[in-house]
Design a protein around this ligand. Sequence first.
Ligand code: NAD
Ligand code: TYD
Length: 349
Amino acid sequence: MKKILITGGAGFIGSHVVRLFVNQYPEYQVYNLDKLTYAGNLENLVDVDSKSNYHFVKGDIVDADFINQLFEKENFDGVIHMAAESHVDRSITNPMEFIFTNVVGTVNLLNAARKCWKGREEGKRFYHISTDEVYGALGDTGSFKETTPYSPHSPYSASKASSDHFVRAYHDTYGLPTVLSNCSNNYGPNQFPEKLIPLFINNIKHNKSLPVYGKGINVRDWLYVEDHAHAIDLIFHQGKDGSTYNIGGNNEWRNIDLIKKLIEIMDRKLGRPVGTSLALITYVTDRAGHDLRYAIDASKLRSELGWEPTIRFDEGFEKTVDWYLANEKWLDNVTSGSYQDYYRKMYGE
Ligand code: NAD
Ligand code: TYD
């Protein structure tokens, strides 16, 4: 494989995947296509942007003409598709944006790849990155397998589920060489501070209240972002054509327990008496359609491709907090301007 298109490479997970591919595969030309929405930030990639095998293309996957022209011009060998609207709360207030980018955008890419690769699919690969949220919510036991029926509850997960179905349909109908993975919640550096962990780090730092939805008893399975990036590398190169792989950290936390652990680490690092920031916890109205529990069974990825998460949660969580505290300028830049309007609308402060 020579020319790889990574979509959404300026976002949270995308930037870690771009970095890994640019550094690990100097023989590849890596194209990062990103619209640079509020969640896309080229500051995430300052350490790779002068490398000769890295190319940035600003563009919108919803624009079919633009996408077709780009494929005709560059004749990509592989696609890793990560561009998406990714925040559940935003999908509740503005679902259409999610349908355009996540559904129409994905189908535009599938059409362009299909046209470009027609009759010479050998060695090509379209890899679609998805989420465990498509499977819906679990009760107190069990975990999602690749065969678990889809049952999305939020406009975000419904749009991702729809895009997953299109990817499989293009494989089965047109023989497009596809592979797909569904991952659990990621955490780590460079995540936009509207998602739980970076939002709460920023709020603790500024002594702002911590809005816990409902009773804080919802459970998420957390994976360090670099472990996800390594799984993506493995699946892209070795995953079986037409297959789906679940990726997860085997690391379930109730939100309230995770928040208390975060408070303990933050108080220690900020030199506050441990427990001081517990007073910031504020229980607020629950998220509509809030899934109770996600848990991933990643045994297929482990047995077929030998993948294991390598970063223990304790270590990854400390590293994450350290990164946000050390990168004040990054945090200040992304939380200025339109972020303030978003925050006021969402949390009324
Ligand atoms: P993110 O919101 O941080 O980044 C998304 C990127 O896509 C941004 O750089 C944004 O500018 C770009 N983008 C958005 N709309 C676009 C468009 N129309 N055209 C081109 N680019 C556009 O998201 P993330 O958390 O890094 O998630 C990346 C992918 O991984 C998504 O597909 C998401 O569904 C999936 N995923 C995320 C998680 C998680 O915990 N964050 C877990 C599992 C799967
Ligand atoms: P989030 O980071 O938005 O990820 P997702 O909804 O994709 O799992 O939220 C993680 C969990 O934290 C989820 O159960 C919702 C909860 N949450 C809060 O309690 N308060 C908040 O302000 C946010 C953003 C999330």
